[in-house]
Design a protein around this ligand. Structure first.
Ligand SMILES: *Cc1c(COP(=O)(O)O)cnc(C)c1O
Length: 237
């Protein structure tokens, strides 16, 4: 029978192995469990296994699950959860994202950044953000081009309620592992450049279920893992 506990063990072991093979310290890489389309019960199970960080793509679905967990967990437990928004962001959703998430990894428009900055509640810490990079310059993929990063990051600096923490990318599907390695390599170079200019930058979010070992070899600090933890996704309703 499929067991999240067992899958979590496997994924944690794969991360450790990849860290060690890449000569990186243990716990250099954080696991972001991606729970899009998974039920509140699945999140509750994940919480009971010790997970305290979740990535969600669809706002309304995420808000429903947050509400479900808020009702089923003691508030100190609920407050221990860190929520990452990792999906495309429409303008009319920014207020709820600014209010109900701790991180946004899919930031790729200054207009959206301005709205999140204005709408982040003043009593919360700054919203942590990663800029999403369209690393393989695909026509239909979200994200800015690497060439645009410097100007984009400079604009973010003036926004007091956002804190730039790093970069996120979803490389082109169907690449050979050599091509994929090159995509990850470009991301790492950009990340290291960004770190030199902005000391708070500490997150290079790349690698998913199918390619996390390669991403870790290339310097990922956060892998976003859905299928390998929770199995095939139920369709979005
Ligand atoms: C769904 C999703 C993931 C997880 O993908 P898996 O292949 O299921 O691990 C990671 N990142 C983003 C942005 C996603 O939308």
């Amino acid at each position: 029978m499929f067991s999240i506990a067992e899958q979590l063990n496997n994924v944690s072991r794969s991360i450790k192995k990849a860290e060690s093979e890449a000569g990186r310290p243990e716990n250099a890489v954080q696991l972001l469990p991606v729970t899009k389309t998974q039920s509140a019960e699945t999140l509750q199970q994940a919480f009971e296994l010790g997970l305290r960080i979740f990535g969600e793509n669809y706002l309304n679905e995420a808000l429903d699950k947050q509400q479900g967990l808020r009702e089923s967990l003691p508030s100190s437990d609920y407050d221990a959860i860190t929520w990452h928004f990792i999906g495309p962001i429409q303008s009319n959703k920014t207020r709820a994202i600014a209010e109900h998430f701790d991180w946004v990894q899919s930031l790729d428009r200054i207009k959206i950044a301005r709205r999140l900055n204005e709408q982040r509640p003043a009593d919360r810490p700054p919203l942590a953000v990663c800029v999403q990079i369209n690393v393989d310059e695909e026509d239909t993929k979200s994200g800015i081009l690497l060439d645009e990063l410097e100007a984009f990051a400079d604009e973010l600096e003036s926004m007091a309620h956002l804190q730039l923490r790093g970069l996120m990318a979803i490389p082109k599907a169907g690449q050979s592992s050599e091509q994929l390695g090159q995509s990850f390599h470009r991301m790492r170079a950009a990340f290291e450049g960004l770190q030199r200019r902005y000391p708070a930058v500490d997150t290079l979010s790349m690698g998913m279920s199918a390619d996390m070992a390669l991403a870790i070899e290339h310097g990922s600090t956060m892998v976003r893992v859905g299928t390998a933890l929770f199995g095939a996704r139920p369709p979005k309703v």
